[in-house]
Design a protein around this ligand. Sequence first.
Ligand code: SF4
Length: 82
Amino acid sequence: MNFYVKFMSSRRKLSMKECNEEINLQKCNCTWDPCSRKGICCECLRYHWNMRELPACLFPDEVERTFDRSLRRFIEIYKNKV
Ligand code: SF4
């Protein structure tokens, strides 16, 4: 099998990998119940990053509940913890 065929078949396996939505949901701390992206982490990250925000799971629960998912808030929380 040549390199190109190997490369393409490995990419196909990756693209067919299923989302672990059920497992993700068990670990999701987001309290915004109506969200359709819950458990679909790639969509969640893309959605928030487009607004220069971060997903709920990167914030402590008490901050998550404020729905302030801004980078500013994230940096404020972690600036002295790295
Ligand atoms: S963090 Fe945002 S996108 Fe992700 S599940 Fe919660 S409300 Fe939806």
